[in-house]
Design a protein around this ligand. Structure first.
Ligand code: ATP
Length: 454
């Protein structure tokens, strides 16, 4: 599928599958929900966890120049004063006087030169006013200006303010990076497109510190690395789009910014931003705190504030991209000539929530059941498997197709030697995408699966 037209129907089917199969639920659903907040169900939790683990593996564990951080969500208010968030982290808010909708002023289409409400089509709109997106809270028992804090709107600031501690304890040398995965909160004016724009979400951010002269080259390097990552998790390159932000649209401190965008059914939209932020952040915090955040270069004996390149990705948006990229419906015809539509999530085995479904051919045959359960138990410590004995085999395959399970293993009478010794201790492996089946020895199963999900 190439970058196709926005499709509401496709999106509705994906949202409905997410609920039906337990990927994503509306939060507090039994009380009517809370706009902009979502809960991940059993399958969604696995998918999200696999994505975050892969990001961590690629960005931290497989490199010797990146270390991790797990910062607090609430920080000293001065962090947000110095970073500029308290004064300027806002979106222009506009109200429609006709239908009372709250809208983002920078996302309005125009009709005959007039701004138009996307909800009712009216053009009687208020002037935009700045609305700060940070959730305010109070720390401790007194609610006054001295106890104000904010739920962090991005994970990056903890990395900047801990720069010196991490540098000194990890003994890294430039260039090196600090990575973090964690929750962020933004009181978005208009949360929409399912989880795409939420008020609570997770980010996966890397701040890669370098010498000033390395910044532009590293921006290109990280763009390539990040595109490789999306391919690694199974998002085809024809669904991705790199948008180079023109200088007049970049933040004043940025010397180069790319957005990696994905063709969602509701349009091509940002998944990740990669920005060369110069020495802006460390300098801001150094000036505001009065504490040095510089770097001493042993070779040149020079002291300077490092520059930084920041690849900043959204966990939830990438999970949504995986769901949208993987979602497929196809008409299949069985041996008896009967056609049906099968819904399948074509996840890469690396990110698939369940790696392997394991079925006894019949649930009322004790030997089949025992053998299938033994196989499931032996694999469980290495990967997420799902044992299922309910219903016809075809139906069990379909259920796993919808969950995106790449492999299903069936224990049949050959496995337990009832049809002679030839196929004893072998099982059938059925592949989700081709629906083809192979017979393989049980002894080879774990190696085969491990190889595919690596
Ligand atoms: P947008 O323009 O879509 O509001 P942004 O440019 O403000 O996004 P950044 O501040 O660059 O976003 O945040 C980095 C990443 O965090 C984004 O690329 C996105 O994946 C994720 N992200 C930001 N805001 C949200 C949100 N409201 N819901 C889900 N993910 C988000």
């Amino acid at each position: 599928m190439a970058l196709d037209k926005p499709s509401t129907e496709r999106m509705e089917r994906i949202v409905s599958l997410c609920k039906r199969r337990g990927f994503i639920f509306q939060t507090s659903e039994i009380y009517g929900g809370l706009n902009g907040f979502w809960d991940y169900g059993p399958l969604g939790t696995e998918l999200k966890r696999n994505l975050k683990e892969l990001w961590w593996r690629r960005m931290v564990r497989e490199r010797d120049d990146v270390v991790g951080l797990d910062g607090a969500i609430l920080m000293n208010r001065q962090v947000w004063v110095a970073s500029g968030h308290e004064a300027t982290f806002s979106d222009p808010m506009v109200d429609c006087r006709n239908c009372k909708s709250r809208l983002r002023g920078d996302q309005l289409a125009k009709k005959n030169g007039q701004r138009q409400c996307p909800v009712c089509g009216g053009t009687d709109l208020t002037e935009p006013r700045a609305f700060n997106l940070m959730f305010k809270t109070y720390v401790g028992a007194t609610e006054d200006e001295s106890t104000v804090s904010y739920l962090r709107p991005e994970t990056a600031q903890a990395i900047f303010v801990q720069f010196k501690n991490v540098l000194e304890t990890s003994r890294q040398k430039l260039p090196f990076g600090i990575a973090q995965i964690g929750k962020a909160f933004r009181n978005e004016i208009n949360p929409r497109n399912f989880t795409f724009r939420s008020r609570e979400f997770e980010q996966m951010e890397l701040e890669y510190f370098c010498r000033p002269e390395q910044g532009l080259e590293l921006l290109e390097y990280w763009l390539k690395e990040r595109l490789k990552f999306y391919e690694d998790v199974g998002i085809a390159s024809d669904l991705l789009h790199v948008h180079k932000i023109p200088p007049e649209e970049r933040a004043h401190y940025s010397k180069g910014t790319y957005d990696i965008e994905f063709a969602f059914p509701f349009g091509v939209q940002e998944l990740e931003g990669i920005a060369y932020r110069s020495d802006f952040d460390l300098t801001q915090h150094q000036n505001a705190s009065g504490k040095s955040l510089d770097y001493f270069d042993e070779d040149s004996k020079q002291r300077f504030v490092p520059h930084v390149v920041e690849p900043s990705a959204g966990v939830d948006r990438t999970v949504l991209a995986l769901l949208c990229a993987g979602y497929d419906e196809e008409v299949v015809t069985d041996e008896k000539g009967k056609s049906e539509t099968r819904t399948v999530l074509r996840f890469h085995p690396r990110v698939a929530p369940i790696k392997c479904g394991i079925f006894p051919l019949l649930k009322n045959n004790e030997r089949l059941v025992r053998q299938a359960r033994d196989i499931a138990d032996s694999l469980r410590s290495e990967m997420m498997v799902f044992y299922d004995e309910a219903g016809a085999i075809g139906r069990r395959y379909r259920r796993q197709d919808e969950a995106g399970t790449p492999f299903c293993v069936t224990v049949d009478f050959d496995t337990i030697g009832e049809n002679g010794p030839a196929n004893k201790d072998t099982v059938t492996v059925r592949y989700r995408d081709s629906m083809k089946q192979d017979r393989i020895p049980i002894a080879e199963l774990s190696d085969m699966l491990r190889e595919k999900i690596r």
